[in-house]
Design a protein around this ligand. Structure first.
Ligand SMILES: [Cu+2]
Length: 291
């Protein structure tokens, strides 16, 4: 009891976003994909999409069994109903022994990260610039059996911004990359997926606006991921990020717009893709070059 434990969490699921809870313990948010946060912060749970990483500190309290769980609002698409669902990910036994060094003092302290503060100072001039590129996420279906089309359309009458559970396993089983194409579309050129070929110079700071259109046939959230570089999520739906961290993956809910600022620091040919494996397989990817 009283032990402070650091968790390094990576979501290696192909499509599921988790909402990880540690019973009623306080969770201290320390770092994400590439760096520490601007400021450590208390969070009620860790929302983590495929490809994302989070580092958190947790202090275990009263002795007994503590459950690390995925605590979600599941949805029944056809009935349009939410229902709470808790899946146990892990059981932790908390003994009544005092364990080693007492870290309560430093656990209570929320530290600031001067490196992040100076990165922000250097990049702030780009924050309010117009985007250099705009992407839209879409989905297109072809040759789907009619009953599937009807059920997918009816289930799209209400689209949750996040899909926490797989509410349509039959549909997902029946639709493959043969019938469904997931799309990243470059607004300026009209090009899609592999036809997009962005070129950058090493050191370029590039602002990209990504919009997840709620009007497409069957919208879903997308963990947007790019290789070889790091980025800041500047804002979501016009609200400025209040606690910056360097990322390489960020979730884009349905209907949402996100601005990211990418530091093109690493030369080579790199992928830009959705981190949901099925979407990537069904087209949602392109390469960009940093010279
Ligand atoms: Cu996706």
């Amino acid at each position: 009891t009283g032990e402070v434990v650091r968790f390094y969490i990576t979501n290696v699921a192909n499509s599921r976003t988790f909402n990880i809870t540690f019973e009623d313990t306080k969770i201290k948010l320390v770092a994400s994909d590439i760096s520490r946060y601007e400021r450590e912060d208390w969070i009620p749970s860790v929302v983590i999409a495929p490809g994302e990483r989070y580092v958190v500190d947790v202090q275990f309290g009263s002795p007994g069994n503590a459950i690390i769980a995925n605590t979600i609002q599941a949805i029944n698409h056809f009935r349009g109903e939410f229902y709470p669902r808790v899946d146990t990910l892990s059981n932790v036994t908390v003994s009544n022994q005092k364990n080693g060094e007492d870290l309560s003092g430093s656990f209570e302290l929320l530290r600031e990260n001067p490196e992040m503060a100076s990165d922000i100072e250097n990049l702030e001039l780009y924050f309010n610039e117009l985007p250099d590129y705009e992407l839209e996420t879409l989905v297109r279906a072809q040759n789907l059996p009619t009953p599937i089309v009807i059920s997918m359309e009816s289930d799209t009458l209400y689209v949750p911004p996040m899909e926490w559970n797989d509410a349509m396993p039959m549909m997902n089983w029946l639709s493959t990359a043969e019938q469904v194409t997931w799309i990243l579309k470059d607004k300026a050129s009209g090009l899609e997926n592999g036809d997009i070929r962005w070129q950058f110079e090493q050191g370029d700071i590039v602002k990209i606006r990504i919009f997840n259109s709620p009007d497409s046939f069957h919208p879903m959230n997308h963990p947007i991921h790019l290789h070889g570089q790091r980025f800041l999520v500047l804002n979501r739906d016009g609200s400025r990020n209040q606690n910056f961290v360097w990322k390489d993956t960020a979730i884009l809910p349905v209907g949402s717009t996100m601005d990211i600022l990418v530091e093109m620091s690493n030369p080579g040919e790199w992928m830009f893709h959705c981190h949901i494996a099925e979407h990537l397989h069904a087209g949602m990817s392109f390469n960009f070059v940093v010279r």
